[in-house]
Design a protein around this ligand. Sequence first.
Ligand code: ADP
Length: 356
Amino acid sequence: YSSAKNSLGGSRSGEPFGKFSSPIMGEPSEEHRQHLSHPAQGPGIRTATSSTCPADEQLKNTDQHLVELVTNEIVSQAPPVDWSDIAGLELAKATIKEEVLWPMLRPDVFSGLTALPRSILFFGPQGTGKMLLGRCIASQLGATFFRLSGSALVTKWLGEGEKIVHTSFLIARCRQPSVIFVSEIDMLLSSQVSEESPVNRIKTELLMQLDSVLTSAEDQIVVICSTSKPEEIDESVRRYFMKRLLIPLPDSTARHQIIIQLLSQHNYCLNDKEVALLVQRTEGFSGLDVTRLCQEAAVGPLHTMQGPDLSAIMPSQLRPVTYPDFENVFCKIQPSISQKELDTYTEWNKMFGCSQ
Ligand code: ADP
């Protein structure tokens, strides 16, 4: 079991920061490239091209404008994400590996023991890596990643939202294994949505699709929804999520990891004490807040250059990023989550979460 676990990207003991690379600032690692050409496919996973699927027929009769929209804007082309790209979240990662990925990758071994967990809810503060985890699951399964947003469906695409959801699931069936990620799911599944509202049609379509994913024995589709407002989800639809996982703020080790990784892409001069101070001062920051802080501090050397012709500057002419560059941006970037909000997540987790 443990060697199999390692093949999923498993334990990183003994290399606390070595392999971490930021998915937004870094190039895909060699490990990623290898992963792309040899996705982690077990015997239970079909390849995206091998299936002759009835959904193909339905797709031919679907409005081509919708097919193009989903293919171009919903199917993600983002580079794959590895476990080591995600700092911290050890409990969530372990739960996902053991309770989601393994049963998906080896249904022959897990059959009869437990129903395949095809629907997951990630809840917690914004910017803590929920989407990164979704992308990582898709990468580990060698799956097509579909990225829907609750807020885009109810604003930008309100008139077509229901059809976009329908078409996304149709294409997901044709291109399986697939992971469908829906952010801000509270916008669609809120108890506030009235029956007459056009949002209700999107909600009904999504629940129908979820139902069919949950009851289909063959489809290799995982639906992951994320929210920073789990308490707004209608209690009657909570049961649609087989796993409900809290994705918390990064602890000090995770913040250290994010800072060091982002700094390592620049010329920097900070001693261990200064880095420890940064870790301390970012208590309460989300992963996204820490990332923004480092990005802003990294342009500090540019601001202090004499002479206006920035286009002619070579990177080697820039002074290193130093602690005062961080001092200058701390006033601009504050933790975006209050203690009250954090308490709400802890409470909701106690009542409805799958990890304590
Ligand atoms: P969420 O879906 O929880 O709102 P995302 O997964 O979209 O947040 O994260 C936004 C960005 O913040 C990521 O692209 C990454 O740069 C950074 N980030 C957040 N959490 C982490 C983490 N645990 N490890 C590394 N980077 C993170």
